[in-house]
Design a protein around this ligand. Structure first.
Ligand code: ARG
Length: 468
């Protein structure tokens, strides 16, 4: 082949190559199909880099101005859908630069002074994910808001609290809902904790070792709204711990949503009949006319597995990489983008679904009374009469056994039968065996007594106000 002719035509890196790229290689290595979503960030970071180069005298004012005008036009074309994706241009960075070159000529090549795609992609990704973190926080806040509003209507609605999915003790529905408020609150805290680590500027690390040009990274960081720069150029281009952290937080959010989903699926099933999901969030069956299926909770439960799967694939992708940049890292995008979309979409749906939940108070109440859920109250009653808890537990167990044999409940069992088991049981025992008495007895801090739940609601409301 003639050494004068460029042999990897159209390639911005083609100089040292003597053969055109294999067409399957182009397809295999291209990331434009998914990294085009970094377009805004890529242009924004390039504009800032360009202004910095001009400020520092690395580009002339005129060169800087021409590049800036060109970039604005590339942006415009992209927004109008006029930028075709070309596999041979690999990724978003090459697409922007090559279009810039078509528009303003060889001066476009000066934009890449003192930078590399390695620090460029890390910068774009951090900028992009920073915006998503803020959207997740907003979504979590909205779900919390919906939960608080719903809980406000159900302080005195009682349902069975379960352990092992067996009736355990009656609780306030608001208390149950506010448990999720707490989980999503911690998810928001986790995001706030990640933000300062995420919000650091890699640009200026260049390929891996820094650059001989007199760049001003602090200025670029400030212009792009970063809290500071990544201190080590090799770390800047080679770590993706911020991607892992976000995928982890997303997995926790999805895990919380998934457990809530599971409860809604159970609660809305015919045997439970505790609640009904809003029609707008369900689908029917094409064969069984009576069906109303909880598709959204089911899909959210299913997608939580997918998100956690992405976390695992990101860990596997990163674990053996020597410093600094490796092409493997291009594989971070599809998983993290899917995590971002899935978490955001799930939160949005739940923010709207939760207010539409309708509860069947009577059914929940009778379920709460079934299965000897106030047995602990009987034991606690005996403890208050001076019986050691272990002994009280034993006595109560015997009484429950008698009820089971005689097909009775603690409320229907005659006092005289209880007294045969233990003479310290008196008339006033019936007061503590009522379901609502049981709930209201649990007035310890963080407990389910109505007074405590009302206080928890107040706290929740003021926490939400701090944010808005
Ligand atoms: N598309 C690449 C990625 O996402 C950009 C960086 C490419 N760098 C390189 N040296 N080939 O990771």
């Amino acid at each position: 082949m003639n050494r004068e002719t460029p042999s990897a035509p159209g390639k911005l890196w083609g100089g040292r190559f003597r053969e055109p790229t294999n067409v399957w290689v182009e397809r295999f290595t291209a990331s434009i199909q998914y990294d085009s979503r970094l377009f805004r960030e890529d242009i924004r970071a390039s504009q800032t880099h360009c202004r910095m180069l001009a400020r520092q005298g690395i580009l002339t004012e005129e060169e800087g101005r021409r590049i800036a005008v060109g970039l604005a036009q590339v942006e415009e074309e992209f927004l109008q859908g006029k930028m075709p994706f070309r596999m041979e241009l690999e990724d978003i960075h090459m697409h922007v630069e090559s279009r810039l070159k078509e528009l303003i000529g060889p001066v476009a090549g000066k934009l890449h002074t003192a930078r590399s795609r390695n620090d460029q992609v890390a910068t774009d990704l951090r900028l992009y994910l920073r915006g998503e973190v803020d959207e997740w926080s907003e979504g979590l806040w909205q779900v919390q808001q919906s939960l608080v509003t719903l809980a406000g209507n159900h302080v005195e609605t009682i349902l069975p609290g379960f352990t092992h999915l067996q009736n355990a003790q009656p609780v306030s529905l608001a208390h149950h809902l506010l448990a999720y408020f707490e989980m999503f609150g911690r998810d928001r805290e986790r995001l706030q904790g990640l933000r300062p680590r995420l919000n650091r500027l890699p640009l200026g690390a260049a390929a891996l070792a820094g650059t001989p040009f007199p760049i001003d990274r602090e200025w670029v960081a400030r212009e792009l709204g970063f809290d500071g720069v990544c201190h080590n150029s090799m770390d800047a281009v080679s770590d993706r711990d911020f991607v892992l952290e976000l995928a982890f937080i997303g997995s926790v959010v999805m895990n919380h949503l998934s457990r809530f989903s599971e409860e809604l699926i159970l609660w809305s099933s015919s045997p439970f009949g505790f609640c009904e999901l809003p029609d707008a969030f369900c689908t029917g069956s094409s064969i069984m006319p009576q069906k109303k299926n909880p598709d959204i909770p089911e899909l959210v439960r299913g997608k939580s597995g997918r998100v956690t799967g992405h976390l695992m694939s990101l860990f596997m992708m990163m674990k053996g990489l020597p410093l600094a940049y490796n092409r493997d890292m291009q594989e971070d995008k599809e998983p993290i983008f899917d995590v971002v979309d899935t978490v955001k979409g799930s939160l949005r749906l739940y923010a709207d679904l939760v207010p539409g939940l309708k509860f069947n108070k009577e059914k929940m109440f009778s379920a709460a009374a079934a299965g000897f859920t106030t047995a602990t109250d009987l034991a606690d009653y005996l403890v208050k009469k001076g019986v050691p808890f272990r002994e009280a537990h034993e006595i109560t167990g015997r009484i429950v056994g008698i009820c089971v044999e005689g097909n009775q409940t603690l409320m229907t069992l005659p006092l005289s039968v209880m007294q045969q088991v233990d003479g310290r049981i008196a008339e006033d025992v019936k007061d503590v065996l009522q379901v609502d008495a049981s709930v209201n007895a649990r007035a310890s801090q963080g407990g389910t007594a109505f007074t405590m739940v009302r206080a928890a609601l107040e706290r929740a409301r003021s926490e939400l106000e701090k944010r808005s």
